[in-house]
Design a protein around this ligand. Structure first.
Ligand code: NAD
Length: 346
């Protein structure tokens, strides 16, 4: 029930709109504006019920608050979900995005959006026709473009920092790294890893994509259903969330988990399961902040390319602090990261 969800959530504001023409629900959730305007992407997806869509938007919005705070950006957390009967294309997609853009505009800059699952820089161009509060428009339209390559660079720094902590030195030469999901982020990550001398394994449900990336990066393909049990130094989940669970963790044969996917832990207890298994987990909301650092940094904070690079490298430094704190306090890396982020919210 929508009212139960809203009552139980600790966020600031939920804005809802029902689009009669398409039968779509729009939910914009502003979890926190304590550090600045709420920022977070726009997801278009078919959900079983509007309540499922709202729950997803709330959860993702809370995660954005932690991500922005962990990255020490002057923004809060937000997220929007367009819950559609089926993902629209063409004129209908444009109409829906323009209507959604009016909803974003009505919030007067308290919520600022960007791409997410099923939305691209081209969609941000459309939203930008009705509101300035949109990031990652194409460069032709004055935006910073696709954030994926920057997210990949942040993950790469995260992998080096995690390997240093778990295995003693950051060099990736000869290390075996499994990249699960070689889309926008994973494909670039596989290339960076190969350039650093790692032995890269790639896995994707899209066979053709896996083959293309494997040939570019000189990687070995692992069938999707075998990915979890593969022996490797690093497992980098870059496809979907919830790949770490009570069922999958005992099957992992890696030393560290560091990837871009959002919400990798199926339930909070999985952080402790990883710790007990002796696997170092790099919290996803810290590792995958590269895209946000780039787009928000360049478009709002006027960061230079050097500053962006320094902040991407900072993801590795932030992880180093998190790992040290987790060891010192005998807590999970997820708890350590959340404590650091929450201390920046008071
Ligand atoms: P994408 O859609 O471009 O790529 C995802 C890839 O995963 C696709 O190639 C898909 O075929 C593959 N895939 C799906 N299910 C799979 C499975 N079960 N096993 C193996 N492969 C599977 O997405 P992306 O932009 O590369 O993002 C990857 C992940 O990182 C997502 O979880 C996303 O939410 C997260 N993320 C992305 C960014 C960004 O800047 N793009 C930023 C932060 C977080």
């Amino acid at each position: 029930m929508l009212e139960d969800l809203i009552r139980s959530w600790d966020g600031e504001q939920v804005v809802m709109h029902f689009d009669h023409k398409s039968g779509s629900w729009m939910f914009v959730c502003l979890h926190s504006t304590l550090r600045g305007p709420a920022g977070g992407g726009t997801r278009i997806k078919a959900y079983p019920t509007p309540a499922d869509a709202l729950e997803d938007a709330m959860r993702l919005s809370s995660g954005m608050t932690l991500k922005m705070a962990a990255a020490d950006l002057p923004f809060g957390g937000g997220k929007a979900v367009l819950s559609v009967p089926s993902v629209p294309e063409g004129d209908e997609r444009r109409r829906l995005l323009l209507r959604y853009a009016e909803l974003v505009a009505s919030l007067g800059g308290n919520y600022r959006t960007g791409p997410d699952v099923n939305t691209t820089s081209a969609d941000m161009d459309v939203i930008g026709e009705r509101t300035p509060y949109v990031y990652c428009r194409t460069e032709e339209h004055g935006g910073s473009g696709d954030p994926g390559p920057y997210t990949a660079r942040g993950v790469f720094h995260g992998i080096r920092a995690s390997v240093r902590h778990a295995l003693g030195q950051p060099e990736l030469e000869g290390r075996i790294v499994l990249v699960q999901g070689v889309g926008d982020v994973g494909a670039r990550l596989a290339e960076l890893l190969a350039e650093a001398g790692a032995h890269v394994l790639v896995s994707d449900v899209a066979d053709e994509r896996a083959r293309t990336v494997a040939s570019h990066a000189g990687a070995t393909i692992v069938p999707p259903d075998e990915a979890i049990g593969v022996e490797c130094d690093v497992y980098a989940p870059c496809a979907l969330g919830a790949t770490l669970s009570a069922e999958s963790i005992p099957r992992l044969r890696c030393h560290v988990v560091v990837g871009s996917a959002n919400n990798q832990l199926t339930e909070p207890e999985d952080a402790e399961r990883l710790r007990a298994a002796g696997i170092l987990y790099a919290p996803d909301f810290v590792v995958n902040a590269g895209g946000v650092l780039y787009a928000w940094g360049v478009e709002t904070l006027s960061w230079s390319p050097d500053e962006v690079e320094a902040r991407l490298a900072g993801i590795g430094e932030a992880l180093g602090e998190i790992f040290t704190r987790a060891d010192a306090e005998g807590i999970t890396t997820e708890d350590a990261a959340e404590r650091i982020a929450r201390s920046r919210l008071s």
